[in-house]
Write a protein that binds this ligand. Sequence first.
Ligand code: UDP
Length: 499
Amino acid sequence: LFAPALAAAMVSDRRQLHIFFFPFMAAGHTLPVVDMAKLFARRGVRATILTTPADALSVAASLNRASEAGHPVETLLVEIPPAEAGVPEKLADTKSAGAQMDFLMSTARLRDPFERLLREHRPDAVVSDMFFPWSGEVAEELGVPRLIFHGTSFFSLSLSDALFHHPPPESSAGEEGGLYAVPGLPHRIEVDRSQIPDFRQQKPEFAEVFVKMKQAEKICFGVVVNSFYELEPEYADHYRNAMGMKAWHVGPVSLCNDDDGDRSARGAGAGAGVVDPDNCLSWLASKEPSSVVYVCFGSVCRFTAAQLREIALGLEASGHPFIWVVRDPAGKGDPSSEQWLPEGFEERTAGTGMVIRGWAPQILLLNHEAVGGFVTHCGWNSCLEGVTAGLPMVAWPMFADQFYNERLLVQVLGVGVSMGGEKRYTLREDERPLVGAEEVARAVKVLMGGGGEEMRRRARELREAARAAMREGGSSYGDMGRLIEELLGRQTTPVHAGD
Ligand code: UDP
């Protein structure tokens, strides 16, 4: 897919560019940032991932593959100062939505170790996570350009900024069934007021972090976006022109995993209960093309046992073969616990259904020809991975940017169908209205049956556009090159022979 490294960063009169990549320690952030670092390494950049000891394993397999392929990515360990009692070292070890927020806020303790690494290594730039606004302050103090990685689309960046500056007025509560038409966007986009995050109510301290994140955007060098221009041109333009942000789109970054070995290794150490990729592939090989629905809700969503049972019954009732990835059922921390499955479920669905407990090689499975649709929670990586695999999607958002991504899939791109009528933003699984088995079955039938034809056609077009964007001459390939050039142009250190 990619031309061999052009060594753009190594032209004779300049030093090799060195970039630090510092993702938030969650699969939805770490995996795309590792992919991005691999892409920069292929273009001749010296790329270094900053990771914590607790998280290093989740990136190791992918990085080994990059080394074997001759484009190594370095790692530096950020030593974590002790957290307050009760805060786990890893997001994957958190047992509740509240603990996830505590973990997120506890990452501010990484400021000093990060500063030490930046002083010691003096990279030419740092790409750091939006959840680390303090990293922008440190970088500015040291004169290192900081690029922010938000891990979401231009669409959702534009929508959340519009809502930040123009929140729905209190007086319109209840009007139009709670729908709010967000002002100033390229399309008329309506969001349900119950789906707009209210951080002050959920966790007041996080509201402060959010404001700091917005302030950090004002002092950053720019933003790198895991998206491609042809996917959301109006919003890429809106973000740059109307909002005045300097941004480079460099995705879909998951396309750097260009063979099954890479696709199996991605995130292989990230979760408990990793399934054998070969088992999945041989199971899929026995299925008709485009016949299987892949169901997965990312790395942090939780469900109640009651909701898991409804999903199981709905998948069974749909009559379509399925792969269902169930992570940490019912928050029990034990993917082998069976209480959440309806009695006799696995016997009845033997041959037509596969339940993966824990972690699945998602991009490997999505790109298999037997998979024909994707039921997703609308995490941005999953949305983009679905688009890149050319799949129509059932959109079932729960929190974070997921409701915005749902609007993009369903309303703007026309590759998704919404599931579940009454949905509202909440991190807590026990606060979500139960989506019944009939609704799950209905959505899967639309997706996999005749109703999904137009979505499928559109998805196939986007798949080709995604691949073209990443090829030499494509829009994302070009934007990454322009970013490299701009950073090289900032180098002031005299060049010595042998540098
Ligand atoms: N993922 C995976 N296997 C799993 C669950 C998730 O490979 O069993 C990957 C998925 O491909 C995606 C990332 O983890 O790249 C999850 O990111 P996303 O933005 O979709 O959701 P989040 O986990 O942040 O809610």
